[in-house]
Ligand binder design. Structure first.
Ligand SMILES: NC(=O)c1ccc[n+]([C@@H]2O[C@H](COP(=O)([O-])OP(=O)(O)OC[C@H]3O[C@@H](n4cnc5c(N)ncnc54)[C@H](OP(=O)(O)O)[C@@H]3O)[C@@H](O)[C@H]2O)c1
Length: 312
């Protein structure tokens, strides 16, 4: 079958190449899914260029897929062949077929198409779990950096639906326009422009962004640190905390769980979409032959929300 293989880590024109690989061999608790659409996440671009030490021999990219079960799991768990599903395998999903543990997939109702569903897994599960990490947000002031990306759109809609008064930080007003429609109270184009104090900050840009966002925190507030999109490490000065964010809590966040099961959160996201309470922002949909171009656009901050590729 055909699959996207890791290309050159240094040649930005060839982060992936289309190639032939053997058919997947499912374990007893895995279904084989015929992939119709997949999405690309920033973290996967880090894996492709070697920036994240999360590759192993034979690794291929692909964590977010939607399609149809071709072969049900041998252990009798999960949906039967022919069922439309969205899934979050650990890898290998940018391919015609992929094996997925049945604990990491959810069935799709008729009104959720494969393109919409493929945009859900990593970004949507992260947003759900960030909300849990932050605790109740009703009536609380929240600052979100890197808001124009995949996670940022989901987090904005879910946090504001639960009562947060959210300020979103994006590079330009155009990149943030949809966030206002999804419930953000205010849009700013730099952290310094935001009018703190905030009780909660969600930070995923790194570099100068984290200290600037921390300075906007109310005393005793919480900064949830979930990424470093800029790839620039953070420097903190103990004495800066006395300028306002004294006694701040910084929570390091990782969406993965030790049992690596995602089916329940995927089902929740599908339910929210199917009932019109969650609106994936899909900045681009292209044929999978253009995966390398989409990766370049994502790296260049030219995509709003999620990027989805379809398998023709
Ligand atoms: N901890 C976890 O478990 C977890 C899970 C999922 C994702 N993440 C991380 O969370 C972050 C957001 O993920 P995502 O999938 O939403 O990514 P994304 O779609 O690429 O969004 C990231 C956003 O960061 C902003 N940004 C600001 N400065 C940037 C810079 N120098 N380079 C690149 N982007 C910059 C961009 O918005 P503007 O152009 O508008 O500034 C961009 O839209 C990423 O760092 C990702 O690795 C972490």
């Amino acid at each position: 079958m055909k699959a996207m293989l890791p290309g050159s880590a240094t040649d930005t024109d060839k982060p992936v190449v289309l190639g032939e690989v053997p058919e997947p061999e499912p374990a007893a608790d895995e279904a084989v899914v015929a992939v119709e659409a997949y999405s690309v996440n920033r973290g996967e671009t880090f894996q492709l260029d070697g920036g994240l030490d999360r590759r192993w021999a034979g690794w291929r990219p692909g964590k977010d897929v939607a399609g149809t079960v071709m072969q049900a799991a041998a252990d009798g768990t999960g949906p039967t062949a022919g069922t439309r599903v969205v899934a979050h395998p650990p890898a290998y999903g940018w391919a015609e077929r992929v094996t997925v543990p049945t604990a990491s997939l959810a069935e799709l109702p008729e009104n959720v198409d494969a393109v919409t569903a493929a945009a859900l897994p990593l970004a949507g599960i992260t947003a759900l779990r960030l909300l849990r990490a932050a605790g109740p947000l009703a009536g609380r002031r929240v600052l979100l950096t890197g808001a124009s990306g995949g996670v940022g759109h989901y987090l904005t809609e879910l946090a504001t639906a639960s009562g947060a008064d959210l300020t979103a930080v994006t590079a330009t007003a155009e990149r943030g326009a949809r966030l206002l429609q999804l419930g953000a109270t205010e849009l700013v184009t730099s952290v310094e422009e935001a009018a703190g104090p905030y009780q909660v900050v969600f930070e995923s840009v790194g570099g100068a962004s984290l200290p600037a966002a921390l300075a906007q925190l109310a005393p005793g507030g919480q900064l949830v640190w979930f990424g470093q999109a800029s790839r620039e490490p953070v420097t903190l000065d103990f004495f800066d905390f006395f300028k306002g964010s004294n006694q701040a809590h910084i929570t390091h966040f990782d969406y993965t769980t030790s049992d690596a099961t995602y089916g329940q959160d995927l089902a929740a996201l599908v339910r929210l979409v199917a009932t019109g309470r969650l609106h994936p922002e899909i900045g681009t949909v292209r044929d999978w032959a253009h995966t390398a171009d989409v990766i370049a656009d994502l790296r260049g901050r030219a995509i709003r929300g999620n990027a989805v590729l379809t398998i023709s």
